[in-house]
Design a protein around this ligand. Sequence first.
Ligand SMILES: C[S@@+](CC[C@H](N)C(=O)[O-])C[C@H]1O[C@@H](n2cnc3c(N)ncnc32)[C@H](O)[C@@H]1O
Length: 248
Amino acid sequence: MKSGSKHSLVLILLLTSVALPAATHAKDIRDCGSNFRPHLQVPAGNPDWVYANDVMVTGELFYPLDLVLADLSLSDSQVKKLKGKTVLSVAEGFSGLLPHLGRHGADAWGLDLWYSADSIPENETGKRMKKFIAENEGQLIAGNALDMPVLDHSVDLLVSHQLVNNLLMEKSMTFLEEAFRVLAPGGEARVFGFDSLDIETVKARLLARFGSDIEVSSQSISKQWVYLGKKKTMTGQLLIFRRASLDP
Ligand SMILES: C[S@@+](CC[C@H](N)C(=O)[O-])C[C@H]1O[C@@H](n2cnc3c(N)ncnc32)[C@H](O)[C@@H]1O
């Protein structure tokens, strides 16, 4: 990445970094909050869950780091190669991924709707969310995945775990176009959570939209997952795409 664009990215990210309450920050950059408002809900009878616009906000307790890395098909050696690279985790929630990437030297940023919420509930999940904010302050971007307050061509690797499974196909495509927009030449996106019924359509639509500027592939990821003592099998589709580099 060229240093000029990197400085611009840092500047815009600093301008949009989380500072609660931050409900108005985004409109100074782009009107990225207009499609979704970061409305947090705590459903009655299930006081530990928190939802942002009906999407569950999750973290390490729900999806352990190892599972997130496996879903994104990111090995230890790949993570080590991210040192000094700009990585954006979209719909990061309060997972272990962002701190993990930062510990390995990546310039890692998390983007999520709820980072601009006016108030975080006083339940167990809320306590974890507040801790995550405190520990990762300065690396968080409050924003909407469908209209990200991030500069064009500024990200080397974009990752997103368990966002697209919450979106309708058209919204997923809007997000993927946004992901493509922010990728630097040669940059890659890894997006986990598509259904096996949708993945081929998604790939075909990306190819139709971006032609020779994009390389697209996918992997089916299936593994055991233990949550609150219960074993589950989770299968999902990982979409990987790369923006063509500028080399001839
Ligand atoms: C199931 S959680 C996944 C969190 C994390 N990636 C993980 O694997 O633990 C879904 C996340 O998507 C966020 N989210 C939902 N809609 C979003 C949107 N339009 N833009 C940004 N984040 C969104 C929610 O706030 C929530 O944190």
